[in-house]
Design a protein around this ligand. Structure first.
Ligand code: HEM
Length: 500
């Protein structure tokens, strides 16, 4: 038996099918139009940016050898101070120039203070147990716990004394060494590592101590991690694949670090006295049995954070200082003259002395401004849709504040590409403030160790310049970014002991 009994039945059947198809097509068209209108509205509300390709977004437009922050500067020229990109599935919003960065980091700080928790590194390595990648109350609690250790410092031996001791070691090491800027970088790096060890564990190491070497090797390897650039962030479906050897290696390194710190904690426990807190481990032991205490896991991640966020960058900062002063012998002489006139025969140098040498401080400021060791902030994020001017920043967008663009903003700096410490000297001869200077960022997530970092740079510079003359360097330093930070390309330099 057929479905249609007669011709008219067939005709009726055809008409019915015809109308069903028409209704379906109209419905589909309306649906598509609605989607198009909706997405056009959504797109219209996003900040400007280059055209995005399906699946990869803007990834291909960012290919090339240039450093990421330089590439972003090029896109800014086309799209303006607020830039929106999609890197695979990562939504990214970049903010340029002093006005917009100040607005975002200070005026709108409560909406932009978060860190992206969905980054593969953060998730798979549990990094949100530390300071850098935690959010909200956890971040407040850990910052509050750790800040006294990095400034003013814990215990009877002051941070200044720690920096003085290590500066003395740098002078000794420089006396023995020769070579190019890579030799200097290693010497500064080991010294800054040792200051961090004092902050964390209370004692410095001999540079040849196997434990010191083991710690440094773990930190060196952790610094090589891909961070935001890890492809698994852009294509999350790849996260379903078995763990990569890199992730396995990082987990192994973090386990090794935890076990080293555990041993440190156990030996500190034996001699612990509540009356004599001298370092971060002591501070941990003192609160261990209180409610809502900082955990051992937290301490491991804080140690990791301090090394990753606060060792290589300071060493590179001192390297930039030496580099700029080698390129500008007149400025080097002026700094040294200021040290000689201010300190005369005084052997140890502290921050009270530095305050009396505004030109030296201005030189450190100018180095931080022009070197831009951290040209972009650590990634911030929005955790809900946020309206900013006429734009919408969608929930879970990564936010990068382009600090280099602030320091090169010609509305705030005359001839910004020139190294000129005098721009930080006021008419009264004292250090001049400029609101468009924030190498340590501003707002809720500003660098909690900015005072320690500046003290290290200022004091080490004094000790180094008092003892050595740097010459035979290049005319200009080139910026390069082999890892997390921007450093000078290896340069030739000769250092001659001049005595103090
Ligand atoms: C020249 C040296 C340094 C520079 C240029 C620098 C710069 C920065 C910048 C730009 C940030 C990101 C702020 C943001 O996301 O808005 C930051 C965060 C941070 N820095 Fe530094 N820093 C330096 C030294 C240090 C040192 C010596 C330590 C510790 C020993 C340290 C520990 C941290 C920590 C823990 C954070 C994360 C803060 C948070 O997320 O709450 N930094 N730093």
């Amino acid at each position: 038996m057929s479905f249609f009994n007669s011709d008219s039945d067939i005709l009726d059947g055809c008409t019915e099918i015809f109308w069903i198809v028409i209704r379906f097509l109209v419905g589909l068209l309306t649906f598509l139009l609605f989607i198009k209108m909706f997405s056009r509205n959504a797109n219209r509300a996003l900040p400007p940016g280059p055209k995005r390709r399906p699946l990869v977004g803007n990834l291909l437009q960012l290919k090339g050898d240039e450093m990421f922050y330089v590439k972003l500067n090029e896109l800014r020229k086309v799209h303006g101070d607020l830039l929106y990109l999609e890197l695979g599935s990562v939504k990214m919003f970049i903010v340029f120039g002093h006005e917009m960065n100040k607005k975002l980091l200070q005026d709108e700080k409560d909406r932009f203070k978060f860190r992206p928790q969905w980054l593969i590194e953060v998730k798979s390595l549990g990094l949100s147990d530390g300071i850098v990648w935690s959010n909200g109350l956890q971040n407040d609690k850990l910052r509050k716990f750790a800040i006294p250790a990095v400034y003013p410092g814990l215990g009877p031996v002051t941070l200044t004394q720690r920096v003085q001791t290590e500066s003395g070691m740098v002078v000794q090491e420089l006396t023995k060494a020769t070579g190019d800027s890579s030799v200097l970088k290693r010497i500064f790096y080991e010294a800054i590592c040792n200051i961090n060890f004092c902050v964390l564990f209370g004692d410095r190491y001999d540079y040849k101590d196997p434990e010191f070497i083991q710690f440094i090797s773990i930190m060196d390897q952790l610094l090589q991690r891909g961070g935001v650039k890890n492809i698994l962030n852009f294509f999350p479906f790849l996260q379903k694949l078995p763990e990569s050897s890199k992730t396995k290696n990082s987990k192994r390194l973090l386990r090794e670090l935890s076990s080293l710190i555990h041993t440190k904690i156990e030996s500190a426990r034996e001699s612990f006295s509540n009356e004599n807190i001298t370092n971060l481990i002591d501070a941990y032991l003192a609160q261990e049995s209180t409610t809502d205490a900082v955990t051992e896991e937290n301490v491991c991640h804080i140690v990791r954070d301090f090394f990753v966020a606060g060792t290589e960058n300071v060493a590179i900062g001192i390297l930039w200082l030496v580099g700029y002063l080698t390129c500008h012998p007149d400025i080097q002489d002026k700094c040294r003259q200021s040290i000689t006139e201010t300190l005369k025969d005084k052997e140890t140098i502290d921050m009270d002395d530095v305050v009396k040498m505004p030109y030296l401080e201005a030189t450190v400021h100018e180095t931080l401004r022009l070197a831009n060791i951290a040209p972009l902030s650590v990634p911030h994020a929005v955790v809900e849709d946020v309206e900013l001017d006429e734009f919408i920043i969608p929930k879970d967008t990564m936010v990068l504040t382009h600090l280099q663009s602030v320091h090169m903003d010609s509305n705030h700096w005359d001839d910004p590409s020139t190294f000129n410490p005098d721009r930080f000297i006021g008419p009264d001869g004292q250090l001049l403030k400029n609101d468009a200077f924030y190498p340590f960022s501003i707002g809720t997530r500003y660098c909690m160790a900015s005072k320690l970092a500046q003290m290290e740079m200022n004091l080490m510079l004094c000790y180094i310049l008092r003892n050595f003359k740097f010459s035979e360097g290049p005319k200009l330093l080139k910026h390069t970014q082999p890892g997390a930070f921007v450093e000078p390309e290896t340069f030739n330099v000769t250092w001659t002991h001049i005595g103090s």
